[in-house]
Design a protein around this ligand. Sequence first.
Ligand SMILES: O=P(O)(O)OC[C@H]1O[C@@H](O)[C@H](O)[C@@H](O)[C@@H]1O
Length: 289
Amino acid sequence: MAHAWTRISYEGFPAWCAQWPDGSSAVVAEQGAQLLSWKTADGREHLYLSPASLRDGQSAIRGGVPVCFPQFNVRGPLPKHGFARNLPWQMLEADEGGIVMQLTGSEATRAFWPHAFDARLRIDVQAGSLSIRLDVQNTDQVPWSMTCALHSYLQVDDVAQTQLSGLQGLACWDALADTRFVQPPGDVGFAATTEQGFDRVFSTSGATGALLQLQQPNLQDGRRLQIAHSSTASEIVVWNPGLQLSHSLADMPDDGWRQMLCVEAASIDAPVQLAPGQQWSISQTLTLA
Ligand SMILES: O=P(O)(O)OC[C@H]1O[C@@H](O)[C@H](O)[C@@H](O)[C@@H]1O
């Protein structure tokens, strides 16, 4: 059973924190309901959080798991990645298994987007495993559409030595080269992308299994991080800024790109259409296996 979730200041961010008797812990910021830290019983931190992130309560926090909603990236008229990551969320409930954070339509959201909505982020922690689920309901009188992502910054020892498996056979759009291809067999490595970075959107349609595995040479006993997605994650985005972009990101140390790899559960190519009252969910589960 978890000790109670307590409100703390975590590296300067107002946040909720819980620790479990096995030594695992999780920290969720009020801003954006952004999961900032997840440590497993072995003490290992699985999320990257940039020490240079701004702490003004509204600028996007660089790291953890930003919730991009109701727009992914610059694919629409809203601020990049929507507004959910810039606003405070309310803590709705918390128990020994997890925590639920909520964001609903308000004056602040209507400044960007006219629609009524109820977004809830549930974070559940079990031994060696963490799942994040975003539930969105249209509480408006009219239909609306959205794109979104759970933009997980996974912490790695050295991205150049990191491999991601499970993407073979998926249709891919390389956002940097603006090319399209089917991902060839074999693991995806990042050694060759350290200068320019890596920014690809993989379509999961037709995928035989949604399970990815992140492998790092220094993980104990050949353990790996399994990354599973709900079937509603029609895309998986894999992003690393690389050396050049990292230098221009004021909220990231120059070598920050080496310690992170974003693997994002996303729904972006075809916007999700929700009728009044309709609900929709997307989730990502991380398991140290
Ligand atoms: O700097 P931001 O707004 O957090 O965005 C980071 C990145 O997010 C990724 O999801 C996108 O694929 C990238 O294109 C983008 O640069």
